[in-house]
Design a binder for this molecule. Structure first.
Ligand code: G3I
Length: 487
């Protein structure tokens, strides 16, 4: 692995697709992901499967900006299981593999929720013992499958009423409040290294609801239940601004219990106001910037995730609640978040490096045809503090349900291949190696220029994504360029 390449200073790469197409380069501010890595924060976005498979700009923007993803729907009980004991993990597997291929963490949403319970559970007429068995089996099945691959679990979501007290969900009314404790204990048994969260909405400030949650998690902690933190959804609307002072007090009291906090589903509705659009966008930006600054100011606030990232795909549609517009252009909210990072890092005395390579290269070609030869050229740059690069090319399976790419030529299994490189100062040369490459694709070159050439054997390829990641001396992964080839 490039991470293990010897003390090297270095590098990177600019990818250009040499198939006779013009390449579009967008100068952009330092991506969130690069800033977040210096701030030791997970910067996340919820992702939907269809755009991940079909929309190259979605893929490119996601990889460039975020270091964590949350499956928006793919891990919900009703999505996974349509009959007793039967699971279809194809969508969730694709998302988890995508994250791993792009050095992103995964926040698993959600194990126990009152919504999206399969009909066979909801209408099964099960008694307490039977439902406890179903709950335990579900958690064990899902967490075990992703042990070591999903860093955080949203174990129990939205279990508390807006005015406090337990929500009268199927779980509560059939099992009782101890379903929560059982859920955490079962998840911990299945993956002792995963961090386990209680997650809810309208719980970031000081209210009857957040008081109830505070007392609930305090009691769980006191009884040794394995809970690591509390998530604040932060689905916001302009006409109800969050109170940052109260949010700070709430984080502080949770911190005192030894818990982490995370912002887990943030978005900001703007169509609830009649103010001019520019004003609403600036207010939206302030919500995002303030929430991120508040999170950054607490070491126990370990992650900031928005519920999507582009207004093109949002559960709030036709509202436009996110930081990229439908054309993937950054909105004021994006720049407010960027400023929050930069201010935080400046206060720590950390210098935010200027981007030295284009932060994004997107190349889109027409639908590839069998036999077409594609060439990706790598130009390598020395960069202070960076010593390695890793380029991964990932192609989705033609049908998610097929469980893998079946080309048999381009890939030797799985759906990605990896090119690693680093500067070897002893030799004064670059070392480039590729894994999972057979004669097709092939890598060639010398000096600072390398070429990856491959022939497509598959008629229809929705999206092929090649991502260039640099690895710095501390092992942090920084995105440098993204190429997507789209059919
Ligand atoms: O995929 C089907 C599609 O095949 C069908 O044609 C269409 C017709 O309605 O439905 C599609 O599924 C929808 C799915 O989103 C994907 O778009 C479901 O009906 C719809 O219920 C589902 O809504 C999701 C909702 O949770 C309920 O699961 C939203 O996308 C998702 O953003 C929302 O997320 C929740 C969190 O899980 C918990 N916190 C609140 C948050 C927002 O409500």
């Amino acid at each position: 692995m490039v991470h293990k390449l010897a003390p090297v200073v270095l590098l990177v790469l600019l990818l250009t697709v040499l198939t006779g197409f013009a390449s579009a380069q967008t100068a952009a501010p330092q991506p969130f992901r690069m800033l977040a890595s210096q701030a030791n924060l997970d910067i996340g976005a919820a992702v939907a499967l269809q755009p991940l498979l079909n929309d190259p700009q979605y893929v490119a923007t996601l990889i460039r900006e975020f270091n964590l993803i949350v499956p928006e729907n793919a891990l919900k009980f009703a999505v996974l299981s349509s009959a007793p004991g039967q699971y279809n993990f194809s969508g969730a597997d694709y998302i988890v593999d995508f994250a791993r291929a792009n050095n992103m963490k995964v926040f698993g949403h959600v194990l126990v929720w009152h919504d999206r319970i399969p009909a066979w559970v909801l209408n099964g007429g099960y008694n307490r013992d039977q439902l406890l068995t179903i709950l335990r089996n579900h958690i064990t099945t899902v967490v075990t499958r992703y042990r070591g691959k999903i860093a955080y679990w949203d174990v129990v979501n939205e279990a508390v009423n807006p005015t406090g007290g337990y929500r009268a969900s199927l779980w509560y009314t059939t099992i009782g409040a101890d379903y929560i404790e059982t859920a955490f204990r079962t998840a911990h048994e299945a993956d002792p290294n995963a961090l386990l969260f209680y997650n809810d909405y309208s719980n970031e400030g000081l209210t009857a609801k957040s008081d109830f949650i505070y007392n609930m998690v305090k009691d769980l902690k006191a009884r040794g239940v394995p809970i690591d933190g509390v998530g604040f959804h932060m689905h916001q609307r302009l006409d109800f601004p969050p109170d940052m002072a109260k949010m700070r007090q709430n984080i502080a009291r949770l911190e005192a219990l030894g818990l982490q906090v995370r912002i887990t589903e943030m978005d900001v509705q703007i169509n609830v106001s009649t103010a001019p659009l520019a004003e609403r966008l600036n207010q939206q930006a302030k919500f995002f910037g303030d929430a991120l600054s508040t999170c950054l100011s607490f070491s126990v606030c370990t992650g900031f995730t928005s519920w999507g990232f582009t207004d093109k795909y949002t559960w709030r549609s036709p509202d436009t609640p996110l930081m990229f517009d439908s054309a993937y252009q950054p909105k004021p909210a994006y720049f407010a978040m960027n400023n929050a990072f930069v201010s935080y890092l400046a206060n720590l005395g950390k210098v935010v490096p200027e981007p030295t390579v284009p932060s994004l290269v997107i190349q889109t070609i027409g639908r590839p045809v069998p036999g077409q030869v594609l060439t990706v050229a790598f130009k390598l740059y020395r960069m202070a503090g960076l010593y390695g690069l890793e380029t991964r090319c990932q192609i989705p399976p033609p049908a998610v349900s097929s469980g893998g790419y079946t080309d048999g030529d381009l890939f030797t299994g799985g759906n990605s291949f990896v090119v690693n490189g680093g500067y070897n100062p002893a030799e004064g040369s670059w070392d480039i190696a590729a894994s999972r490459l057979r004669p097709n694709p092939a890598i060639s070159g010398s000096g600072t220029a390398f070429t990856l050439r491959f022939t497509l054997a598959q008629a229809t390829i929705p999206v092929l994504t090649c991502t260039a990641l640099a690895v710095d001396a501390e092992g942090r992964v920084l995105p440098l360029a993204v190429i997507t080839l789209s059919g």
